[in-house]
Design a protein around this ligand. Structure first.
Ligand code: DMJ
Length: 640
């Protein structure tokens, strides 16, 4: 074999023979391969991943069904097939030292927002942080002003949470209806327990469990979502099974990618409610531990969290389908109630600071016609698209504005201003009257109206109702009328179907009114929003029609959604030959059945003077700062 000489290097350079050189080269390349291969055996490291994976490479997650994610699922596959887009400028999200970090001042926050200075903190690894949970659980029942006192909290409630007689109505017919709803809950629960215990949801046709990928490896979504429903219904054996599962099997050390929004509204909300209702320390320590795991999602240049978080590493990502790595209004705008309570219980302001930072950005940013579009960049803090909706992708942001105000004992003036400002813009731009006289909320796409209303948007009847008292006094009646009209329209979307259940979205163009015109909009997945509005409107007006409408829904659920082993969604509300989707959503137990039960109960069961419901129907108490700080209320308890 003849090798061409390299200039200046002899064939026998370094005194090695050709064959020796060949062996040496072989050895060298083997060594390099070995070193490179070894990297894959090193412990999972976010930093290493970042070095070796390209920015656009994603970890696969598909959104599960339920909540806004349903709407998103219908937006179809993530652009990159992976489901999530690591945002530009993504950096390590290792947890800040919660206790050592000085509170974020408003000035510091503003500086960040103005200059876009990165908010990431690369300092301490998670294991070395002094945990917020440790701080929170150290001396719980103590009356020390630095720790949360459950007794003191109860002393500040105006009424017993469960009423005089657990909300039992005196009217026998109403009581019978209430008992029916309780039976439905027991049936749904028993089947979940029998076939899907510990999984996230029951698949009632195939009689097995569903895990899905919204909760990052967390399990038992139906259990956490049911705790408060079982408790208020007095299903104590079932409640005790649920509690025991939390005690022995709720493992928060999962390492998967979770929806920040879903984990917050279901798990954080469910555990918080369970704690406030029962005073069980277990729930408090669990929720503190979980809350801490969510904090890294806020480590973005603006402090606006991304939609997906790895609960193990703290890395956060934007949904792959959300344009340009944006965050979703209904997701980052639906954290406020729970996070304020996390600060309340832990006495650590960090949670409130995180959500106040979101609020601040939203209140300052320029809004097209006063409206809040659904997509915002967590990097630049600018809107990414001009799509506005009171349904999926936007809905609970508005809900949390008015509920933040109510939950603050009406002291959060900023939330109030933003809520009524948003409502004014919604009325001016989105609220429409159909030729047939139905009031509805259209969607807005950069100035062009889409005459469609989603089932999700039907919560707004109740929302406008509970906010009617606190706007301008001269607008009170106007808001009550608007709330009643929207609720009426949503009821129409039910009555105009063959099954008397409403479709996922209904339209007011193409000839019809309050009916789905597209095949893909005809399904019903046991959603609560219409019934939720009936419940609020009943409490606010005591107009018996709301109870009647609720009962119509019970009958329809029984006829079309009850199957042998649980409740299932249906694929087409316009046909009597049911095609079931084989899923008993956890929000059916948490919301739909709870709202129905409250609708047929007296108003003193979870009275609205003391409680606000998070968007998954988990009751959270109004925080009465003045009472809680008052020495005299110390350890005073409300007798039930
Ligand atoms: C629930 O998870 C919550 O109500 C959320 O705000 C929206 N959708 C589902 C139920 O439809």
């Amino acid at each position: 074999m003849v090798f061409r000489k390299l200039p200046g290097v002899s064939a026998s350079g370094m005194g090695l023979r050709l064959s020796q050189k060949f062996v040496f080269l072989l050895f060298l390349s083997g060594l390099v391969t070995l070193c490179f291969g070894a990297l894959f055996f090193l412990p999972d490291s976010v930093r290493l991943k970042r070095i070796f994976l390209s920015k656009t490479e994603t970890q696969p997650v598909t959104v599960g069904s339920g909540s806004e994610n349903d709407a998103r699922e219908h937006l179809k596959r993530p652009k990159n097939q992976g489901g999530m887009t690591p945002a530009k400028g993504e950096t390590s999200t290792k947890l800040k030292s919660l206790s050592r970090k000085p509170p974020v001042s408003h000035e510091a926050t503003e500086e960040r927002l103005a200059g876009g200075k990165a908010q990431e903190d690369l300092t301490l690894p998670r294991s070395k942080t002094e945990s917020a949970s440790a701080k929170a659980t150290s001396s719980d029942h103590g009356a020390n002003s630095d720790t949360f006192s459950y007794n003191k909290f109860k002393g500040c409630l105006l009424k017993p949470p469960l009423g005089r007689d657990n909300g039992k109505p005196s009217d026998p017919k109403t009581n019978e209806r209430r008992e029916k709803v309780k039976e439905m809950m027991k049936f749904a629960w028993d089947n979940y327990k029998r076939y899907a215990w510990g999984k996230n949801e029951l698949r009632p046709l195939t009689r097995n469990g569903h895990i899905g990928n919204m909760f990052g490896g967390l399990r038992g979504a139906s259990i956490i979502d049911s705790l408060d429903t079982l408790y208020i219904m007095g299903l104590m054996e079932e409640y005790n099974d649920a509690k025991e599962w939390v005690q022995t099997s709720l493992d928060l050390n999962s390492n998967g990618e979770a929806s920040l929004f879903e984990v917050n509204i279901r798990y954080v909300g469910g555990l918080l409610s369970a704690y406030y209702l029962t005073g069980e320390e277990l729930y408090k320590s669990k929720v503190m531990e979980l809350g801490e795991k969510l904090l890294p999602a806020f480590n973005t240049p603006t402090g606006i969290p991304r939609g997906v978080i790895n609960l193990g590493s703290g890395t956060s990502w934007s949904w792959g389908w959300a344009s340009a790595g944006s965050s979703i209004l209904a997701e980052f705008g639906t954290l406020h109630l729970e996070f304020v309570h996390l600060s309340e219980l832990s006495r650590n302001p960090i949670y409130t600071e995180k959500v106040m930072n979101i609020r601040k950005l939203l209140s300052k940013i320029e809004k097209p016609h006063g409206l809040y579009p659904n997509f915002l960049s967590p990097v630049s803090g600018n809107w990414v698209q001009h799509h506005v909706s009171i349904g999926g992708l936007g809905d609970s942001f508005y809900e949390y504005l008015i509920k933040s105000y109510l939950m603050s004992d009406k002291t959060d003036g900023n939330a109030k201003t933003m809520y009524y400002g948003a409502l004014e813009a919604i009325e001016a731009n989105l609220v429409q009257k159909s030729p047939g006289g139905l009031t509805y909320m259209a969607e807005w796409r950069g100035g062009i109206l889409d005459h469609k209303m989603g089932h999700l948007a039907c919560f707004s009847g109740g929302m406008i109702g509970i906010g009617a008292d606190d706007g301008a006094p001269e607008k009170r009646q106007h808001y009550m009328d608007l709330a009643a009209e929207i609720t009426h329209t949503c009821h129409e979307s039910y009555t105009r179907s063959a099954t008397k259940l409403g479709p996922e979205a209904f339209r007011f163009d193409g000839g019809g009114e309050a009916t789905a015109t597209r095949l893909s909009d005809r399904y019903y997945i046991l959603r609560p929003e219409v019934i939720e509005s009936y419940m609020y409107m009943w409490r606010l007006t005591h107009d018996p029609k709301y109870r009647e409408w609720g009962w119509e829904a019970v009958e329809a659920l029984e006829q079309h959604c009850r199957v042998e082993s649980g409740f299932s969604g249906i694929r087409d509300v316009y046909t009597m030959t049911a095609s079931h989707d084989n899923m008993q959503q956890s929000f059916f137990l948490s919301e739909t059945l709870k709202y129905l039960y409250l609708l047929f109960s007296d108003d003193d069961l979870l009275p609205l003077e003391d409680w606000v419901f998070n968007t998954e129907a988990h009751p959270l108490p109004i925080i009465r700062k003045s009472c809680l700080q008052d020495e005299a209320t110390q350890d005073k308890t409300v007798s039930e």
